[in-house]
Write a protein that binds this ligand. Structure first.
Ligand code: PXP
Length: 246
């Protein structure tokens, strides 16, 4: 079954818009995470950014304590955040680019250009009992590099697919790249997640991408929850994911 990880960063973005610098405020991303779990989400994703623009340290510790599914900590490969992750012990970390030089042209992590430091971080996480996923563009060189550095997962960046969704030819090119990257990653022994820009319109088309384990979805679910409620928004997304054949 294709799993859903709900990214709750946008809940924190809304809270920070009003309560930045305060110890509490609404909406509470942890309360949102618990609703997502009750609605059937298989995991919760949160990005602790170096600039703390949305999720705060207290959020990830409360999530660690209170959620019952899996915590996926999105993070930069930066010493401060690596140290936090090793203490926090999420089930999995997803390494993402935060600075320009870590970004490949399509917007994913430049694994091929950072082999040494990523190998070290993957090993440290492994020693700490934490799985690693690398957020990469569906690019053959990045997939190959991801297998070399010792991560267990890649998360394929679906942003370009989402952006071109309404231009059929360009969308199909992006879809083909995702299909090829998923096959390549699977062939190299990597597990395959996907995310960014996935929504209630484009999800059905993504079913042609093979070997997917989990989708990480944030903006569209949190946006829809404003009109339908969070529980309904999660359940509707899960329904769209049903019938995925791998
Ligand atoms: N996966 C990763 C690695 C991300 O950085 C994000 C965005 O925070 C997402 C998934 C979710 O993207 P969206 O909010 O567009 O669903």
């Amino acid at each position: 079954m294709l799993k859903l990880g709900v990214n709750i960063d946008h809940v924190a973005t809304l809270r920070e818009a009003r309560y930045r610098g305060r110890e509490a405020g609404e909406p509470d991303p942890v309360a949102a995470a618990l609703i997502c779990e009750t609605a059937g989400a298989h995991g919760i994703t949160a990005h602790l950014r170096e600039d703390r623009r949305h999720i705060q340290d207290r959020d990830v510790w409360q999530l660690r304590e209170r959620i019952k599914t899996r915590l996926n900590l999105e993070m930069a490969n930066a010493p401060e955040i690596v140290a936090i992750a090793l203490k926090l012990k999420p089930e999995i970390v997803c390494l993402v680019p935060e600075r320009r030089q870590e970004v490949t042209t399509e917007g994913g992590l430049d694994v091929a250009g950072n082999l040494e430091s990523l190998t070290e971080t993957c090993q440290r996480m492994k020693d700490g009992g934490i799985e690693v996923s690398l957020f990469i563009a569906p690019d053959p060189a990045q997939v190959e590099a991801s297998a070399k550095v010792g991560s267990q997962f890649v998360e394929l960046h679906t942003g370009a697919f989402a952006e071109h969704f309404n231009q059929k030819q360009a969308r199909n090119v992006e879809l083909e790249r995702l299909v090829a990257a998923a096959k390549q990653a699977h062939g190299l022994g990597l597990k395959v997640n996907a995310g960014h820009g996935l929504n209630y319109q484009n999800l059905a088309v993504l079913h042609v991408v093979p070997h997917l384990v989990e989708l990480n979805i944030g903006h569209s679910i949190i946006s829809r929850s404003i009109t339908t409620g969070l529980s309904t928004a999660v359940q509707e997304m899960l329904r769209l994911m049903e019938g995925y054949r791998g």
